[in-house]
Each structure stands twice: as C-alpha cells, then as structure tokens.
Ligand binder design. Structure first.
Ligand code: PBG
Length: 335
C-alpha cells in the first residue's frame, strides 16, 4: 500500500459502537460493586431509622439497623462501608473528648460490625467535627484559629481508639499538616501495623458538603474551613499534598468532592502508585436526587454514568451514597 492510498482510508471508530456486544468488548472502564464504599450514618438508640431531609433515601440508623443494612450491602457485593456518627449535643465540647472515648457510638458500631460481619471492611473518619461544639475539624484557640499541632494529639488518640475497636482503615479527613506520619508512627508502635490509612489527600473547602453537615448536625458556629481545606482554584497544591501523604505513609489516597475535581484525581493517579479514590459527596448525591424528584433526570442512569466517569478518570474506589440506586443495575451494564 503506498502512502497516498493509506491516507485515503476512511477511519471509522463508529464501527466499535454498532452493537451492544462490540460496545461491551471495547469498553475501557467497568464498574463493579467492590469498587464502591458506602458511607453510613449511625445514631444512638434501638430500631431507629431517621430520614435525612437534605439527603433523600438516606437514613441515620441505630447500630442494630446499621448491621442489617451493612449485611444487605455486603450480600450485594459491597466490600467496605464508612461510618459517620451523629453525636448528641451534650457529648460535644471544645476538646472533642468523645472522639477518643473507647465506648463511643463509633467504637461500639465498629465492634458490632466486625463481630457480625468480619469480612466487611470498616472505615472510620478521623476528624473532630462530629465531636466539637463549634463544628470545626480541629481544636481551636482563643483567636478562633485552628491549632494544627494540638489537634494531631487528639487525632492520634482517636485513631488508636478506633483501631482497638477493630477498624480496618482509618481515614483522616481533617487536613491537618503532618497527620499521616504521626498517626502511622503511633499505630505501628501500638501494635496496629495492619490498620491501613486512607488519607483524604485533596479535600477541598467545598459547598458540596452541605447536606452531610445537616445529616450530622455539624454546622459551624463561626468561620469556615478555608484555612485547612484546599482552595477549589488550586491543582498543584493537591499534587503536593499527595506527595507528602505518600511520603508520610498513607496506604490509599482520596480526592473530594468528586465530579468537579476529576482533573485532580487524574493528575494524582498519574504520579502515584498508591490506590486512589474519589468521594462522590453529599451535595453531588442530593442535587441528582432533587432533580430526579422534579422529573428532570433519571437518578439511576445519572448515578451509573457519574460513577463510570470516576473509573475513567482513574479511580480505584469510590465513596458514594448512590449504591442502593445502582447496585441493581451493575450486572446489566448496557450504556
Ligand atoms: C468531616 C467530613 C466531611 C465530609 C466527610 N468527612 C464534611 C466536612 O469536611 O465539612 C463530607 C462528606 C460529604 O459531603 O458527603 N471532616
């Protein structure tokens, strides 16, 4: 074939889309239940299931019902859940002391889950916001500034406390500097070498967390989180955070929120060999549900597409509230 005839060949990528069989053979990303991590909200009490007004179809569950939900998810192929506690007002204070109480709601939930469902991976958030009276993720000084280094001491206590309860992965989400190194050192020297750390590496100061804060009643009594969470305008800063977390000993990295930050996920994936995940956050979930309730879009198909987009951008795992909506679709993925 001479040059001129080869350049006349009409290239037809469309041939790959002609039948559903060929589409499935040539598909580049797939989504399976074990890609997903399901966040669950836990409350005190028995047989309690409270709807969350800001998050349609999501509930706050007492530990007994949490076990049932987790079992059902696990049977459908979910391998990991992440726990978020709703802490009563009288247990909150400016020292966040409930965060390292070995009999706290989180510790009891971890123990119950690991006893009933030992093969289900349990992840717990390391951050102080559910436990502080002001709603910030760290301790605050008299000038209303976050005290990074004092906070580290509490985070270490919290991580040790959850590890003794049997948690598989601790997930520091408070964006304090140096926390991965400190937590890793203390876990190792206290006999928890196998507890993994999933670092919320690139956690942006985002409005998309609104429904989650309502779910946990953690509204801020002053200020915002811009002094410790990342500026949504920045990309390189996220890459630096990821390098530091990797050096400090993180086992997994997380980018949050999800869809608006796929560029960040893609870049970090390219420069690290660690597994990386995305958090499809509460605001992203609730916007789709609100539009679905208005009849503007179909939530199942929109969620399926969104989650595939995370895989395409390089995510190894995805935290999502949408699991219940899409699990029934995952074996018949025809897009
Ligand atoms: C707490 C935490 C937050 C989320 C996860 N862990 C909220 C925040 O930082 O204010 C948000 C999750 C979501 O919106 O789904 N540090």
């Amino acid at each position: 074939m001479n040059e001129s005839s080869s350049s006349n060949i009409l290239k037809r990528p469309r041939r790959n889309r002609q039948s559903s069989a060929i589409r499935s053979l040539t598909r580049e990303s797939i989504l399976i239940p074990s890609d997903l991590i399901v966040p669950l909200f836990v409350i005190e009490g028995k047989n309690k299931k409270e709807p969350i007004p800001s998050m349609p179809d999501i509930y706050r569950l007492s530990i007994d019902l949490l076990l049932k939900s987790a079992e059902k998810l696990h049977k459908q192929g979910i391998q990991a859940i992440a726990l978020y506690p709703v802490i009563k007002k009288d247990k909150k204070n400016d020292r966040a002391s409930e965060s390292y109480n070995s009999n706290s709601l989180v510790s009891r939930a971890i123990k119950a889950l690991k006893t009933a469902l030992p093969s289900l991976c349990v992840i717990a958030d390391i951050a102080l916001d559910p436990f502080t009276s002001h709603g910030h993720d760290g301790l605050v000084n008299e000038f209303h500034e976050i005290d990074n280094d004092l906070t580290l001491d509490i985070l270490v206590r919290q991580a040790l406390c959850y590890s003794s309860a049997g948690v598989d992965i601790v997930a520091p989400s408070e964006m304090m500097d140096g926390r991965i190194k400190r937590i890793r050192e203390h876990l190792d020297s206290s006999g928890f070498k196998n507890t993994a750390i999933c670092s919320y590496t690139a956690k942006y100061a985002s409005s998309f967390y609104g429904p989650f804060r309502q779910a946990l009643n953690t509204s801020l009594s002053f200020g915002d989180k811009k002094t410790y969470q990342l500026d949504p305008s920045n990309h390189n800063e996220a890459i630096r955070e990821a390098q530091l977390d990797e050096e400090e000993g993180a086992d997994m990295l997380l980018v949050k929120p999800g869809l608006p930050y796929l560029d960040v996920l893609y870049s970090i994936k390219k420069q690290t060999t660690l597994p990386i995940g995305a958090y499809h956050v509460s605001g992203e979930y609730s916007m789709v549900m609100a539009a679905h309730q208005q009849g503007y879009i179909d939530c199942q198909q929109t969620f399926l597409e969104s989650l595939i987009c995370f895989k395409r951008a390089g995510a190894d795992f995805i935290f999502t509230y949408a699991a219940n909506h899409i699990l029934p679709l995952l074996n018949i993925q025809a897009m």
